[in-house]
Design a binder for this molecule. Structure first.
Ligand SMILES: Nc1ncnc2c1ncn2[C@@H]1O[C@H](COP(=O)(O)OP(=O)(O)OP(=O)(O)O)[C@@H](O)[C@H]1O
Ligand SMILES: [Mg+2]
Length: 398
């Protein structure tokens, strides 16, 4: 038996795959590069741990910058610390992209609190429907009183997806309105910077105690994040350059930890599929290309074959020429050849011109007017927004 196990171990790329899967929530000690943010959030919650009022915090930042993760970890840690100090701190985490109506979010708040309080409150069922958002909030206030909770923090993640303001307003007034003896606060999270102003209009200033902005990660931070997940791979399988390369690419492109982790995972999967015994930098490059091909395919899926011929024609032109931009007439000539080769009758010049405009609108290509010099009239030029290899590979493998 052990021998057979050994055979399967050789050439195995992953040891603990889940460490590089999206959705994995690491413990606070695996969270790296966000010390300042962790500390700011910690100090906003500090009074609550001692049984006082939490400060409301608004968290902004682009996608994949650790907002949800840091908030989850810090609130979890706060619960632990408060209990150690003999205070009751509770929180409810609501992802408004799952619970987008006021009623759903309010119900989820009641349910989470109920679950966290456990034996401290009577077992009761929270109705699934038939009651309104305000009723769910009343249940929440009752639970707070019954569970003798000193401080309660509601995390509203992706708050821009929530369809109203009543929940947020009620949180800021729960205590002054005499509904609960508990100090109530909120942590609102959004990756839409535009939302900042709207939130300003929606809630009063008391809810805007702290604003915390999460910047995109730099290469050093992403490298640290990925290094902590090295255990996902079997010993000695990752070439030395793989993590630094992934980190450098991710920092340059987006600074998104989620995408960086995913890129590392995809590189590992490619190595696995090839039955390679190492993950190399070439696997990272290929993973990046495949991700781009994938996005391109999504963008053009459902387009007519003629649109695809046009894009292929542009890719061919780009590969062969020194320039990247081409006049409509050039694109049309190349398109005609591609269409004929594919055994279809080419569309008219006008149709192609219109389709090119549409593609520019969809972000597949870019078109602009160029003033012709020396008596030439102005004309339109087109270019692909991706490399011709990506476009050709994406079209080939549909
Ligand atoms: N500082 C970090 N240390 C370790 N892992 C991290 C860190 N930041 C992010 N991650 C990883 O990246 C994933 C995405 O982070 P998170 O969900 O916190 O992003 P977000 O800022 O909430 O993004 P979105 O706006 O898309 O919701 C996390 O689940 C975690 O696996
Ligand atoms: Mg998030």
């Amino acid at each position: 038996m052990t021998e057979r196990g050994d055979i399967f171990e050789t050439g195995e790329i992953f040891r603990e795959r889940e460490l590089v899967r999206v959705g994995h929530v690491p413990d606070l000690d695996r969270v790296v590069g966000r010390d300042e943010e962790i500390e700011s959030m910690g100090s906003a919650l500090a009074p609550a741990i001692r049984g006082g009022p939490p400060e409301t915090t608004i968290v902004y930042g682009k996608t994949g910058t650790g907002k949800s993760l840091v908030t989850r970890c810090v609130t979890r840690e706060a619960t632990r610390r408060a209990a150690a100090d003999g205070n009751t701190f509770a929180y409810a985490y609501i992802d408004c992209s799952d619970y987008g109506t006021e009623a759903q979010a309010s119900r989820q708040m009641a349910r989470e609190l109920h679950e966290r309080l456990g034996d401290a409150v009577d077992d009761r069922s929270i109705p699934r429907r038939g009651i309104g958002a305000a009723d769910y909030r009343d249940i929440t206030w009752e639970l707070l009183t019954e569970g003798d909770v000193d401080a309660f923090v509601v995390v509203l993640d992706e708050i821009d997806k929530l369809d109203g303001d009543a929940l947020l307003r009620s949180l800021s007034r729960a205590r002054e309105s005499g509904k609960a003896d508990t100090f109530v606060g909120a942590i609102c999270i959004s990756n839409k910077i535009e939302y900042r102003e709207r939130l300003g209009e929606r809630v009063d200033s008391s809810l805007q105690d702290n604003e915390l902005v999460f910047d995109p990660y730099d290469a050093t931070q992403i490298e640290a994040i990925l290094s902590r997940r090295r255990d996902a791979f079997a010993e000695g399988v990752l070439d030395d350059g793989v993590i630094p390369k992934t980190a450098a690419l991710a920092a340059r492109e987006h600074g998104d930890a989620r995408k960086a982790i995913d890129m590392l995972y995809e590189a590992g999967r490619l190595a696995e599929q090839e039955r390679a015994d190492h993950v190399t930098e070439a696997h990272v490059d290929e993973a990046v290309d495949r991700a781009e091909i994938n996005r391109f395919q999504k963008l053009v899926s459902g387009q007519t074959p003629h649109v695809k011929h046009i894009l292929r024609a542009l890719a061919l032109l780009t590969e062969r020429a020194d320039t990247r931009t081409f006049r409509t007439a050039e694109v049309y000539d190349a398109y005609r050849k591609v269409a004929e080769q594919a055994g279809t009758t080419p569309l008219s010049y006008d149709r192609v011109q219109r389709l090119l405009k549409e593609q520019a609108f969809l972000g597949v290509t870019e078109s602009k007017h160029t003033g012709g010099g020396h008596g030439e009239g102005s004309y339109r030029v087109h270019r692909l927004l991706r490399s011709p290899e990506i476009v050709t590979r994406g079209l080939d493998d549909q």
